[in-house]
Design a protein around this ligand. Structure first.
Ligand code: CMC
Length: 433
């Protein structure tokens, strides 16, 4: 029970004949939380139970604001629509990690530092050689980020962590491109300091050899810039929470980010972008039988979900999906690409949005629904889609890790549980079993 008044400062919980008063915290956008820090001590052992943490605020954060009911997403107070339209990915990285939009000289300095640190140690190429060509690039990315820490021992006791942050941002881009080169058996292309962050990534991906005269297409560069911005942070999602969880043991930034990459890989999270395209391809092969897949998604016994649909927080629409749907049309037209999967995706969206099952559960397309179609048009293979998500999300993970380490309420993350196993049993020796 929240105590009366528009802005209650306390809440009362009644457990049996015990009444416990707990403080209420109010965020800058009016979000309210009951601070249960003392609940266990005051109640004599009662804890809260919240599978999937859907009602649990795990931290206070000043990085990203989401209003799922109204479809609002802001980084450090700036609307995602404005950032996606007007900013560069490097500006957004700076904003998310350091808290403010950079001035021109701050941005120049930041971008120069990224260029200076873009090379990875030559010996790291030997690690790439050890992976089979069929290795999923997300497995390679996660392993290589951990390996990076052996070449650049983290300096995480420095207050601002700037040197580790720059190294990660700069080198993960190179690792991501090399993981692709490894999978197709082409030579690695060194970073080119004449190119910007996004252009350089494209160059390392698509230049076939050091002598190939590949030129970055500005339409592709602009589209990728926007995609990376849209993925840059999303508050306490599965991978960001993983980064905080690992970082809460005072594990270094590299190990926390590598864990974040692994968390992102799953199909319910970032892996959904690859799964969406696989689903659309399956529908195409099945003579475009959309109804069949919608019915399968509604049938719990099928184990199938409509990939790219639904979100824990957005219950109206995902603003990122709205931007991407429009962008998909524009980018495909600019590049002169016709993709039948885009038509299937649009029809699928229409059928699902008019179906009672999806309406009742407030299931809408999420960021992963249209992003894959754009990546395809940019020439990025589907195994790399989740790597693209990781590259975009990197500044978010770093900011979450940095904020957590500076938090005056910092504590190791250690949830409790409700034990439902056997009560005490007598040990039975092997010969008597
Ligand atoms: N297809 C069919 N049914 C669904 C779907 C879906 N995509 N998503 C949720 N539902 C149903 C679910 O079965 C449940 O039904 P009921 O109430 O009858 O049991 C209800 O909707 C609520 O679902 P939930 O599992 O409690 O929702 P959640 O908040 O735990 O899960 C989600 C969110 C994103 C994991 C889920 O919607 C999902 O599995 N979507 C498909 C995978 C996907 O697109 N993931 C990308 C998420 S956005 C980007 C990112 O975070 O990486």
């Amino acid at each position: 029970m929240l105590m009366s008044g528009e802005n209650p400062t306390t809440a009362k919980i009644i457990i049996g004949d015990k009444e416990i008063e707990l403080p209420v915290i109010i965020g800058s956008e009016g979000e309210m939380a009951i601070n249960i820090k003392k609940l266990r001590a005051l109640s004599g052992g009662v804890i809260t139970y919240d599978p999937g943490y859907a009602n649990t605020g795990s931290c206070k954060s000043a990085i990203t604001f989401i209003n799922g009911e109204e479809g609002i997403l802001r980084y450090r107070g700036y609307n995602i629509e404005d950032l996606a339209k007007n900013a560069s990915f490097t500006e957004v990285m700076y904003l998310i990690i350091f808290g403010e939009l950079p001035t021109k000289s701050q941005l120049d300095e930041f971008e120069n530092e990224l260029k200076e640190n873009a090379m990875i140690h030559e010996d790291m190429k030997k690690f790439f050689e050890g992976f089979p060509a069929t290795a999923h690039p997300m497995a390679v990315l996660s392993s290589m980020i951990t390996a990076l820490s052996t070449f650049h021992p983290p300096e995480n006791e420095h207050e601002d962590h700037r040197s580790d942050i720059i190294k990660l941002l700069a080198k993960v881009k190179t690792i991501a491109a090399y993981s692709y080169k490894k999978s197709i058996g082409q030579p690695y292309i060194y970073p080119d300091p004449k190119l910007g962050y996004v252009g350089d990534f494209l160059n390392m991906m698509f230049k076939k050899s050091p002598t190939d005269d590949y030129q970055v297409n500005p339409v592709v560069e602009k589209a990728l810039n926007q995609l990376l911005i849209l993925h840059a942070d999303h508050e306490q999602n599965c991978s960001a929470s993983t980064v905080r969880m690992v970082g809460s043991s005072k594990g270094n930034m590299y190990s926390a980010i590598a864990a974040g990459v692994s968390a992102l890989w799953g199909p319910l999270h970032g892996g959904a972008n690859q799964a969406v395209i696989e689903m659309l391809e399956a529908i195409q092969k099945d003579n475009g039988d959309i109804e069949k897949y919608v019915n399968m998604a509604k049938d719990k016994s099928s184990g199938f979900r409509l990939m790219g649909f639904g979100h824990r927080v957005y219950k109206n629409f995902d603003p990122r999906a709205r931007i991407l749907k429009k962008a998909a049309d524009e980018i495909l037209a600019e590049l002169g690409v016709e993709d039948p999967l885009l038509d299937i995706a649009k029809k699928l969206e229409e059928v699902a949005l008019n179906d009672e099952y999806f309406i009742e559960r407030k299931l809408y397309p999420n960021v992963d629904f249209y992003s894959g179609i754009i990546y395809r048009a940019l020439g990025i293979p589907k195994e790399m889609f989740t790597v693209m998500f990781a590259l975009g999300r990197l500044p978010g993970w770093i900011a979450q890790w940095k904020e957590m380490r500076a938090d005056p309420e910092f504590r190791i993350h250690r949830p409790r549980q409700i034990y439902i196993g056997h009560t005490e049993r007598k040990f039975v020796p092997l010969q008597e079993r």
